[in-house]
Design a protein around this ligand. Structure first.
Ligand code: FES
Length: 232
């Protein structure tokens, strides 16, 4: 997607890599994974770990274009049921699921969830009403949309009290958990209105209800010039 991705693509097997961060894996819950685009590359490892820990996993995997989909078998292995969706557009053909329980949809990921919740995609082996925990990974705009939809268009379906986290893609620099502060992300406590800041490199999985997405969007935009120059 950008210069850092192209840099990663030059790595060879055996090159040293330093990884930061951790995703907490619950046990015995019904977990809803929502991924768009490259977010799916992260979610399939999380989904596998969730299943191994005895969770039920329902996974909405959304793509802008059909050609953006990759590692299909890994995504399938990450979930008890996958709902594949591709955005509307000229000559868009829905994905063909390879497993009987999986579904396909043309439209955005919120529309896919509403269609599933209404029963328009057929049987629901896992009901959205049973979901205890959500993990959302995608663009800041997609995560913001899911944050609000849970209290609006998705409210009739996500009826159980649940907790939602987003994998927050703040710009990062040192990745040393509190040194450069490039990764600061504004949080707002919705009950008290109190604002505070967290280091995203310390923990990317942040409470969706606390993240202030306009602030995240503004911080991400600060890198636009640098990205354009690097792409040149
Ligand atoms: S990236 Fe430097 S403190 Fe988080």
């Amino acid at each position: 997607m950008g210069s850092s991705s192209r840099l990663c693509a030059t790595w060879k097997a055996g090159d040293p890599v330093v990884l930061m961060g951790v995703t907490e894996i619950p046990t015995g819950q019904t977990v809803l994974l929502i991924g768009s685009g490259l977010g799916n590359a992260v979610l399939f490892s999380i989904g596998k770990a969730l299943r191994a820990a005895g969770n039920k996993v329902i996974y909405f995997a959304g793509y802008n274009l059909a050609r953006d989909r990759f590692k299909v078998e890994d995504v399938e292995a990450a979930a008890d049921i996958v709902i594949w969706s591709v955005n509307k557009g000229e000559n868009v053909v829905p994905f063909t699921p390879t497993r009987p329980q999986d579904k396909t949809f043309v439209g955005n990921i919120l529309e896919a969830m509403i269609a599933y919740g209404k029963g328009e995609l057929g049987e629901q082996p896992i009901s959205l009403a049973d979901v205890d925990h959500l993990i959302v990974i995608g663009s800041d705009r997609m995560m913001d949309a899911v944050k609000h939809a849970r209290f609006d268009v998705l409210k009739p379906y996500l009826t159980k009290a649940h907790h939602a986290v987003g994998s927050i893609n703040s710009p990062m620099q040192c990745m040393m958990k509190g040194i450069c502060a490039q990764c600061l992300c504004k949080h707002v406590d919705k009950d008290s209105g109190k604002e505070f800041f967290v280091y995203s490199c310390y923990n990317q999985d942040q409470d969706l209800d606390k993240v202030n997405f306009p602030n995240l969007n503004a911080r991400l935009k600060q890198n636009t010039v640098q990205e354009l120059c690097l792409n040149l």
